[in-house]
Design a protein around this ligand. Structure first.
Ligand code: UD1
Ligand code: CA
Length: 457
């Protein structure tokens, strides 16, 4: 018979200043990619669907609270940061009478996988331990607490790096700072912690030796336990995270021509048979559909790129691109641009908040802002929508199959009908009906038998 699993509470330790970051910003608010360290930790914990979720905040707590404002978590204040044990002591009034397990996560260990957290909880429940913690065997254990085990991965004690004897320093099993406790056992020993150590802090790790049973679970990929204490480790973690993301996409059928020069946020979605060329950066909620070739040198944020499209040397933000579209080189699309299928948005074209119907082209040197273009429209080289009168923005509408001549200026608000041709060099200030040619420029004058004065004899 299946026994009901005990209730689970999660506490994220996020009260420390992070002195080694040398920053005004609390360490847990430094970003790893798009998310702060504490957000990453909470996201990982969320996969366990905990019954209660706490963030222990202290240093710059208002800023930390602001960052986490729209999450369903309980904030617990640690007004003085007297160590990780002291941080967990703050939970005592909140978890009075709680009979379940407490998962404690250091908010500065962002590469932890949710599957590893699940393994930890499973191991803890199987052994019915008082504590179970994630450990790793590493070649360079410096900076981490050393976990000293007896037989069967039973933990005897954890010695902090600074408190190690010379012999303990060479011990290779490190503490990851991720623990599962049977709360009633931990609650009993928490008040007994002392600060008798090199940092004069109350160490959570000292609780381990006081508990009836504690076990270490070695994580095969030690990188998951990489702690972030300084900016060097932050950059190393970013590289590791990127490598993980790109490897996953490569296994799923995406080609990265030069993975090291490319970054992909973990919020991006890619379909198989995309080719991502060097120096390309994909961020936010970007989706790239199958058959696309993106790059070299593109920055795409919060945008979707339809199947079989080609983008090179361009920046695209908050926009939607159809299928079989060609963009670039050197195009800039931003603020809700919608591009229909098979369009070409070309060299040196800026497009802002504009909808472009299918099979339309704006191939050279243009600005299209607050505009709406029908299908099969051709925007001639150098066409500008003059959308701003110094105070407000105004719309431009261009009907199906219309063509603007080179160097046309469309002074908005203005509506150009369908099947219109606009003569090159026109400055249009009034709307144009369907099926016509619009010319708005001075006539050419040719003066016969004219010579510059200097050449007169
Ligand atoms: C801690 C562990 C160490 C482990 C390492 C793993 C202790 C005593 N040591 O060391 O064994 O190898 O993590 O990365 O636990 N925090 C608070 N309140 C405090 C102090 C810290 O909330 O009073 C928070 C910090 O914001 C941070 C986390 O606890 O998120 C860990 O603190 P940190 O000072 O980085 O501990 P380490 O020295 O890395
Ligand atoms: Ca740390």
């Amino acid at each position: 018979m299946n026994q009901r699993n005990p209730a689970i509470a999660v506490a994220t330790l996020a009260a420390g200043k992070g002195t080694r970051m040398r920053s005004q910003l609390p360490k847990v608010l430094h970003k790893l990619g798009a998310l702060t360290l504490v957000e990453r930790t909470l996201d990982t914990a969320q996969h366990l669907s905990p019954d209660r979720c706490f963030a222990i905040v202290g240093y710059a707590r208002e800023r930390v609270r602001e960052t986490l404002a729209d999450r369903e978590i309980e904030f617990v204040e640690q007004t003085e940061q007297l160590g990780t044990g002291h941080a967990v002591q703050q939970l005592l009034p909140y978890l009075e009478g709680f009979q379940g397990d407490l998962l404690v996560l250091n908010a500065d260990v962002p590469l932890l996988r949710e599957s590893t957290l699940q393994t930890l909880v499973r191991a803890h429940r199987t052994k019915q331990a008082a504590a179970t913690l994630l450990t790793a065997q590493v070649t360079d254990p410096s900076g981490y607490g050393r976990v000293i085990c007896g037989v069967d991965a039973a933990v005897k004690e954890i010695v902090e790096d600074r408190d190690c004897t010379p012999a303990q320093l060479s011990h290779k099993r490190i503490n990851g700072g991720i623990y599962c406790f049977h709360w009633p056992d931990l609650a009993k020993v928490l008040p007994q912690l002392s600060s008798n150590n090199s940092q004069q802090e109350y160490y959570l790790t000292d609780a381990i030796a006081m508990l009836p049973s504690a076990y270490a679970v070695d994580v095969p990929d030690a990188q998951e336990l990489q702690g972030i204490n300084d900016r060097l480790q932050l950059a190393q973690a970013y590289t590791a995270l990127q490598q993980r993301i790109k490897e996953d996409w490569m296994r799923a059928g995406v080609t990265f021509v030069d993975p090291n020069s490319t970054t992909v946020a973990d919020t991006v979605q890619l379909e198989p048979d995309c080719i991502i060329e060097p120096q390309t950066h994909l961020r936010g909620s970007t989706i790239v559909r199958t058959g696309c070739q993106i790059g070299p040198n593109c920055l795409i944020e919060n945008s979707s790129i339809g199947a079989n499209s080609r983008v090179l040397y361009s920046a695209i933000a908050d926009s939607q691109i159809g299928e079989g579209v060609t963009i670039g080189p050197f195009a800039h699309l931003r603020d809700n641009v919608v591009v229909g299928d098979r369009c070409r948005i070309g060299n040196f074209v800026e497009v802002k908040q504009t909808a472009i119907g299918p099979d339309s082209n704006a191939a050279h040197l243009s600005y299209l802002g607050d505009a709406s273009l029908g299908r099969q429209v051709n925007i001639g080289a150098g066409t500008i929508t003059a959308n701003f009168d110094g105070k407000e923005k105004h719309p431009t509408i261009i009907g199906d199959r219309s063509k603007t001549g080179s160097n046309s200026v469309l002074v908005a608000p203005i509506e150009i009908g369908a099947d219109v041709t606009i003569a090159a060099g026109s400055t249009l200030t009034e709307s144009v009906p369907d099926d016509c040619l619009a010319i708005a420029r001075s006539r050419q004058t040719v003066k016969q038998d004219w010579r510059p004065r200097s050449k007169e004899t």
